[in-house]
Design a protein around this ligand. Structure first.
Ligand code: ADP
Ligand code: MG
Length: 309
């Protein structure tokens, strides 16, 4: 049975916009020694700005064409990167008249779409568009040469665009750390958390730059959704070797990390830009998406425990 004061703790938390799906998670939080974080939408805003479009010198496509085709291909995805590319095209007043006849999303990689042409000949101008990271380019056998491209800042994410199997250009997009991420991480350490670790599907370059900026203890990069689960299990095993009673929490927004949210002892979903699937998969939901709520959740748990014992 759950001690009565856990209901009090749940009530206190809910007034702060923190939803506990059971009193056992309040108690569980007091045992957490390691917190594993997703990057995009969790520690970072997950709202990207398109900062540049870089083209190889021999690209047959203009910047506008690259953005137009990418936006069409991304129009069926709800990934934050897709949303930002669609928004950038809209902002440029690019009206999208291409008909997407086929589309596939490869989670952790990007999207692929077939876009129909506008005449009825057999080769009617239809095109195949692939938009995503280098893993997607490799999967699609697209040869990418970046030697002629600007290197840009370490925190910008690079999204590669191939049209009919030819590397057309690279979209540089920037994300920002949430304003309260650093403070929240510092407060977690004060609440007795020993280790903060980020697991991201983004590139090594971007993941390490973010982790260094935030002062995280460790970072795993270029992780596909299923690898995020394996990495979490490895971190959990390591934590429990040190202290068998300790728990490991995972904090994510549910986009490409719902499997880890489900798998974790304590899965914590951040609201705001996150998905409904995350809210369902999680044990604790931070309604506003502000990382300070995470530190607050740990504080409520600690105070509730002090009342119970
Ligand atoms: P994170 O772990 O940082 O939250 P994700 O696992 O959601 O990131 O995505 C990992 C990477 O996969 C992105 O950085 C991007 O390169 C690529 N990607 C995923 N979805 C898309 C998409 N719809 N369009 C383009 N790239 C995508
Ligand atoms: Mg994410």
């Amino acid at each position: 049975s759950v001690p009565l004061s856990y209901f009090g703790g749940i009530g206190t938390a809910s007034k702060k916009g923190i939803l506990f799906k059971g009193g056992n998670y309040l108690e569980g939080l007091t045992l957490v020694k390691t917190v594993v974080f997703d990057k995009t939408g969790t520690l970072s805003e997950g709202v990207f700005d398109v900062v540049r479009i870089d083209r190889p010198t021999n690209s047959p496509f203009s910047e506008e064409e690259i953005l137009t085709y990418s936006a069409a291909a991304e129009s069926f995805s709800n990934h934050p990167i897709a949303n930002s590319i669609v928004k950038a095209a809209e902002k440029k007043g690019i009206s999208n008249q291409s008909t997407v006849t086929e589309h596939t999303e490869y989670s952790g990689l990007g999207v692929k779409a077939a876009i129909g042409g506008n005449d009825s000949s057999s080769n009617n101008g239809g095109k195949t568009i692939a938009v995503g990271n280098l893993k997607l380019m490799k999967q699609e056998n697209v040869a990418v040469s970046e030697t002629a491209l600007l290197s840009g800042s370490d925190v910008e994410t690079h999204i590669y665009v191939a049209i009919d199997g030819v590397f057309a250009g690279r979209i540089a997009i920037s994300d920002r750390v949430k304003p309260d991420s650093k403070e929240a991480l510092a407060r977690l350490k004060k609440s007795g958390v020993d280790k903060t670790i980020m697991v991201t599907g983004d590139s090594d370059r971007v993941g390490r730059a973010f982790a260094a900026d935030l002062g995280l203890d460790d970072v795993y990069t270029e992780q596909l959704p299923h690898q995020k689960v394996e990495t979490f299990e490895k971190i959990e095993a390591e934590t429990k070797t040190v202290n068998p009673k300790s728990k490991v929490a995972f904090v994510g927004d549910g986009i490409n990390d719902a499997p880890v949210l489900t798998r974790a002892d304590i899965g914590i979903a951040v609201g705001g830009v996150g998905s409904d699937a995350a809210v369902e998969a999680a044990d604790i939901v931070l309604m506003t998406g502000d990382p300070i709520q995470l530190a607050d959740a740990f504080d409520v748990a600690k105070k509730t425990k002090a009342v119970v014992y």
